[in-house]
Design a protein around this ligand. Structure first.
Ligand SMILES: *Cc1c(COP(=O)(O)O)cnc(C)c1O
Length: 388
């Protein structure tokens, strides 16, 4: 009996993706082994974050970085850093502020709440005209400049292949007004080049998920960027229950030496990251940066090949690319047939979750990212049985 079945749970074959709701995908053996090894021995968490800083700086080109409990935690900590900088009293006051962050209205999403949790109110800029049909305007750097008030303390920019305004234009405007730009790049990997891209384009801080394509544990993420802001973010997550004289920031977080005194447990204490997650994230990050796009594509395609080999010949399939990720599309006669098959698989034991993003077109997608190798042939059997 599996661990999950021992707790009365239905095991899941995950062909949907790295979704938090489905607990993500399997960890690579070297990542899981790192977490088990980390579980065996204590370590100074500040020194561990200094090691994370070195790894993240190497992978992203940023001055500094820390491991967080996810991209959402990184957004919260990044906002807290921008709001409080290296002012211990300001850290202790969060989330009570009158501060505002600007965001393009088209980029509002359910994760931007992390910015408000840290204490900034979001102010929307621009009116995207896509729904009106013109589709030519979104938010411009000039509109951002016009929205700045004395309360404006930063800008949140959510990275997507066609986010407006382009980051370099926004950064140029923001720098002229002394405003930091925080980038939500949680799900922008692959391509691996995006690890460096937003830093190169001038972002002050960038948040990535560790539990998506990087392949780290679900509750892991990265905050990378300016050394002073990263040090501030870390100070607002650390357990600082120690005599001030014993607190010696390592060189990676030397900016923390500017603090007049040690702050209390910061606003980030509610999203602390554990040593097992940090270890898993760092090993996954090394693996992600070591592998080429071709390595990943080969791994993913092999899983799809294993599914396809077990499907009935009468079922039409095709391969589609979502960025660098190949997907296997099952072609059903219509949307209702696709919905019926999706529901039957989802309600089975084990439950198989297929990606429904094209269900209105009668397509069910098999996303290989979070699919265990051993589950590929089992999934084909379940689909075959459900269709019979
Ligand atoms: C997934 C996601 C997040 C949250 O990432 P976690 O690592 O799960 O906290 C934030 N923003 C965007 C755009 C995302 O896709």
């Amino acid at each position: 009996m599996s661990l999950w079945e021992g707790f009365g749970l239905t095991p899941i074959i995950n062909a949907y993706g790295t979704n938090t709701r489905l607990s993500g995908g399997p960890l690579a053996p070297e990542v899981a082994a790192a977490m088990v090894e980390a579980s065996r021995a204590s370590v100074d968490i500040l020194d561990l974050q200094a090691a994370a800083c070195r790894e993240i700086a190497r992978a992203t080109g940023a001055e500094a970085g820390i491991a967080t409990a996810g991209a959402s935690a990184a957004l919260l900590l990044g906002t807290a850093a921008i709001l409080a900088r290296l002012d211990a009293a300001a850290m202790d006051r969060l989330p009570r502020t009158e501060a505002e962050f600007l965001i393009a209205r088209s980029q509002r999403n359910m994760y931007d709440r992390a910015v408000e949790v840290a204490g900034a109110r979001l102010v929307e800029v621009g009116i995207p005209d896509r729904v009106a049909g013109a589709g030519v305007r979104d938010a411009t750097a000039a509109e951002f400049a016009a929205a700045i008030t004395p309360a404006t303390r930063g800008i949140l920019w959510v990275a997507q292949p066609h986010s407006e305004p382009p980051l370099p234009e926004l950064v140029e405007m923001a720098r002229a007004h002394g405003l930091p730009v925080l980038v939500d790049a949680a799900a922008q990997l692959p391509p691996a080049a995006n690890l460096r891209r937003f830093i190169t384009e001038g972002a002050d801080l960038v948040a990535f998920s560790g539990g998506k394509a990087i392949g780290g544990p679900q509750a892991s993420g990265i905050l990378a960027g300016r050394a002073d802001l990263v040090a501030s973010a870390l100070m607002q997550m650390l357990d600082l229950d120690l005599p001030a004289a014993q607190f010696r920031p390592p060189v990676e977080f030397a900016a923390a030496r500017q603090l007049s005194h040690l702050p209390r447990h910061g606003i980030g204490r509610s999203c602390k990251v554990g040593r097992e997650e940090v270890a898993g994230l760092l090993v996954a990050l090394r693996r992600f940066t070591r592998d080429t796009a071709a390595d990943r594509a080969a791994r993913w395609s092999a899983r799809l090949d294993a599914v396809q080999a077990g499907l009935p010949a009468a079922l039409t399939t095709s391969r589609i690319l979502a960025g660098e990720v190949p997907m296997l599309a099952l072609h059903l006669p219509d949307a209702d047939a696709a919905r019926a098959l999706e529901a039957r698989l989802r309600q089975g034991h084990p439950a198989a979750h297929l990606n429904p993003s094209r269900i209105r077109d009668g397509l069910l997608l098999i996303n290989p990212i979070a699919l265990a190798d051993a589950d590929a042939p089992r999934l084909a059997t379940l689909v075959t049985e459900a269709l019979a």
